[in-house]
Structures are given as C-alpha cells and as structure tokens.
Design a protein around this ligand. Structure first.
Ligand SMILES: Nc1ncnc2c1ncn2[C@@H]1O[C@H](COP(=O)(O)OP(=O)(O)OP(=O)(O)O)[C@@H](O)[C@H]1O
Ligand SMILES: [Mg+2]
Length: 483
C-alpha cells in the first residue's frame, strides 16, 4: 500500500511561515471580539489552508503489510535496497532465522539510501513503530512491529516514480531473486510401492551449462533462443489460447549429453527439474497426483521414453496390480499430461529423452506434440575444443589437437568417452596422449570390423561405424510468429 504525505521543507520556508503565523494570530485577536466563534473557526481554517507554505517534497509510505496480506512493493524494496548498500552506510541490521542458510542484511532506521532513477533523486528511509496488539492487558511480548519505508522525492516526479520507478524496483527484485534461486531436482520418493508415492527434492548440483556443453554452436544458439522466446511469451500464449508449455524431444546415443543438456536448460532458466520415472508409478491416480504437485516454472523430464512405456509390469500383468486397467500407453500418458497442463500450470517444459528415435511411439512424433526435436550427435572437432577447455583448461591450441581432431572427424566417438579420457590426468600432455591412444584403438577396431564385414560380403557398411556424423535434426514445430 502506498500513501502520500506532504512534508514541510525545513529552512527556506520556515521564516516565511513564522511571520505568516504571527500575522494570522494578530488578525485572529482582532476578529475575536467581532465575529461569533463558529465563524471565527471557519475563517481561521480557511486562511491557514490557503496560506500554508507548500512543500515540493512528496513521501510515499510503503508499509510491510496491507491488512493481513503482505505488500509486494515493501518486499521488493527490501531486496532492491540491499543492492544499494554502499560504503556510505554506517549502520546495518542483520538477522538470521534458525532454518535460514544465510544472513539477511537490511538498512537500519538511522540510515538513508539515495538512489538515482533516470536523473531523479529519490531518498529511502526505513522506519518501524512498535505497537501493542489489542487491549492493554496483553502480555509484554505480544507486541507487533509496524515496518515501512519512506520514499521521498520531488513531487513533480510523482507520475514517473509511480509508473516507472516502482515497477522497475518490483522487476529488479524478481530478477535478483531468480538469480539467487537454487535449482532443485525432484525425484520420486524411494518407497516406490507405497500408496503415498511422492516427490522428494535435493539441490541440483549438476554443473552443466550451455558454455560447458560440447554441442554444435548453432544448435546451442537455437536452443537458447527457443527457451528465451518461450519464457517471454506469456501474453502471446494467452492470446492464441495455447497452454504455456513447451516440449522437447532429445534423442541420440548414450553419452552424447542428453541429461547434461537438461541440466544446462534448468540452470539457465533456474527452473526446477521433476524427474518422472514411470517405472515407479503403478496407478493412474498416482501419476495424476504427482503431476498436479509439480510447480510452475519447472521442467518435467521423462528419460528413455522408448523403454519406460514397455515395462512388462505396466502391461496389465497381475504383478503390476493393473490387470483390469486398460493398457498404459504412451499416447494415454501424453493425453493425460496435455489435459492436465491445459487446465492448470504455467511456464512448463516437458522433455522426453530417447536413445533410439526409430523405436519411438508415433504419438510422440506426431506434429504439434513435441515442439522441438533435438538430435544429440557424436563429438565434433568443435565440441572437442570445448571439452579440452572444460577439463584441461586449454583455451587456445595444443600440439596434439591436429591429430585428435582428425581422428574425431572420422569416427563416432561420444563426448562422454572423450570426457572420461580427459579426466585421467591433470597434466594436459598426459591426458591428450591417452586420448590419442584411445582414439587410435577405437579406429583400429572399427577398421577390423569393416574388414570382417567386407569378407563376409556385407557391402553396405553401417554409416554409424563408417564415421558419418548424424545431421542436426532440429524439428521445430513453431508457433506462428508473435508480434
Ligand atoms: N555434449 C556434451 N558436452 C559436455 N559433456 C558431455 C556431453 N555429453 C556427455 N558429456 C559428459 O558425459 C557424461 C554423460 O553424459 P550424459 O549423461 O549427459 O549423456 P546422455 O546422453 O544423457 O546419456 P544416456 O543416454 O546414457 O542417458 C556427462 O556427465 C558429461 O560429463
Ligand atoms: Mg541421460
């Protein structure tokens, strides 16, 4: 809640005010004898109102609470002002609640913070008043504190401050909080056969980011742009009547970075991950409950979707306890998710991963289902350089890069295989030497296999083993472009 108060400006107007008050008193004495009392009062208040000196300052009172609900502007100001604490401040308040991890630092009552917004000077002060709740018979500790900020500035900027500065502070505090947010990984609780299957969470400590991912740089750029577009399109989704969600299908051989990409996306957006292991779910009611308990601004992940839906105990066998239920199919699951998501929840991302796109249910591949199909391919020379920077801190070039890049270009090797070699020693020369041996051995094995195939009359050498990289397969099922 914001309230306005006019405040007399101290020095310049004070003397004028004093002499004016004296004249008013003289005038009052003179008319005291002539004019009846009620009329006197009226005239006096009329004169005081019109001759009172006007202040150029306006103060906004920003109270912590508005009735029983909290005041968003107050909370935002607390977060924002923390970033404005500088060396001029001499007195700060620090607090820490028992369950909090870090110390909260706030400005204290004796301090003021001066801020500049588009050339306008504003001054912030913090105030608090103790007040007893209810009757005077209450115990001493039943005292509440009324806390508020006073934001003062020249009143000619009232509109600018209300229309631009206050929204700016709210947005800024949201950005600061988003930056500080710790991303969580939610997994199904270990008592998987209990009827009360639920999510449990830990901090996602996966360090993967888009910088550390060994991926084609155009593909990386495409993914980042797609995510950015998605999060800023709230109004657009509403306008076209689509649920604000986005689906990605990541497919590619094991060790090409599908899980690492999911972690990078979560770290980039600061979205929590819900890792839904379908094998742990026995009842549709559990699935529905779990999905309903996922939060907004989150990523729902179903890994190895081609395997998950073919579990024997999901097919209605007695052991699965679903013998009378209709078969649990992928399309059923997708419809279920679609239905729930269309009716509740905002800013949701769903990601399916698969090692084999050919095995996938057509329901998943049909147009409009997954918005973006991302093929995670084998390592390229460009990707190798990213891994060398990550693991060995080599930023420019190394003597062994030439032969390594040549080998990588002629065979399918996963980033995971190369990463494992690069971790074997802190010494770059030793690690890269080990990698060259590993790649040469792999090359030799591929050649031997090719020879065997040729001898047994198989002309057509499998493209994968021959060394061709799968092409990037970005199947964007884009929404119409927004204005
Ligand atoms: N593209 C990549 N960029 C950087 N590191 C990678 C990449 N791919 C794999 N790695 C490394 O290999 C490890 C395994 O990769 P990840 O688990 O992401 O592969 P995956 O495709 O999910 O494999 P799977 O199909 O077996 O689940 C990662 O922890 C990471 O160290
Ligand atoms: Mg994985």
């Amino acid at each position: 809640m914001v309230t306005f108060t006019s405040v007399p400006s101290p020095s310049s107007v004070f003397s004028a005010y004093a002499s004016l008050s004296a004249s008013i008193m003289l005038f009052q004495t003179a008319i005291n004898q002539l004019v009846p009392r009620p009329l006197q009062n009226y005239i006096s208040s009329f004169i005081k109102y019109y001759f009172k000196p006007r202040s150029s300052k306006l103060v906004l009172l920003i109270e912590e609470r508005d009735g029983i609900s909290s005041n968003e502007i107050y909370k935002a100001a607390e977060v924002y002002l923390y970033t404005k604490i500088d060396s001029n401040i001499k007195c700060l308040k620090i607090t820490k609640r028992p369950k909090e991890a870090c110390i909260n630092i706030k400005i204290s009552e004796c301090e003021k913070i001066v801020d500049l917004f588009e050339g306008i000077k504003v001054v912030w002060r913090f105030n608090s008043k103790e007040r007893k709740r209810g009757s005077s018979k209450l115990a001493d500790d039943d005292v509440s504190e009324k806390r508020y900020f006073k934001l003062s500035f020249n009143k000619k900027y009232k509109d600018k401050i209300l229309r631009s500065y206050v929204p700016y502070i709210i947005q800024k505090s949201k950005d600061i909080k988003a930056e500080e947010k710790v991303v969580k990984l939610h997994t199904l609780s270990s008592i998987s056969y209990s009827p009360s299957i639920n999510w449990e969470s830990i901090n996602l400590e996966h360090p993967s980011t888009f910088e550390t991912l060994a991926l084609d740089k155009n593909l990386k750029q495409d993914i980042i742009e797609d995510l950015d577009r998605f999060v800023r399109r709230k109004d657009f989704y509403r306008k076209v009547g689509k649920a604000w969600k986005r689906g990605y299908l990541l497919h590619g051989p094991p060790g090409t970075g599908k899980s690492s990409l999911i972690a990078a996306m979560a770290n980039y957006l600061k979205f929590d991950i819900y890792d839904l292991e379908l094998a742990g779910i026995k009842r549709d009611s559990d699935l529905r409950r779990l999905l309903l308990r996922t939060a907004n601004r989150s990523i729902l992940v179903i890994e190895d979707i081609d395997c998950s839906v073919e579990l024997p105990d999901r097919k209605g066998s007695a052991s699965g306890g679903r013998s009378k239920d209709p078969q649990f199919t992928l399309s059923g699951l997708l419809n279920f998710i679609d239905g729930l998501w269309s009716s509740c929840g905002d800013e949701r991302i769903i990601i399916f991963t698969s090692n084999n796109k050919d095995k996938l249910d057509p329901a998943l591949l049909r147009a409009g289902r997954m918005d973006m199909h991302i093929s995670m391919s084998y390592l390229t020379a460009e990707g190798f350089k990213i891994l060398a920077t990550n693991y060995l801190n080599i930023k420019d070039h190394h003597l062994r890069f030439g032969e390594i890049e040549e080998l990588i270009d002629t065979m399918n090797v996963t980033p995971a295989e190369v990463a494992e070699e690069l971790m074997k020693s802190d010494d770059a020369d030793v690690s890269l030497g080990g990698l060259v041996s590993f790649l040469n051995n792999k090359r030799k094995k591929i050649n031997e296999l090719d020879d065997e195939n040729r001898d047994s009359g198989i002309d057509e050498i499998d493209e994968q083993r021959k060394g061709k990289k799968p092409k990037l397969d970005i199947n964007k099922d884009e929404l119409p472009s927004s204005s």
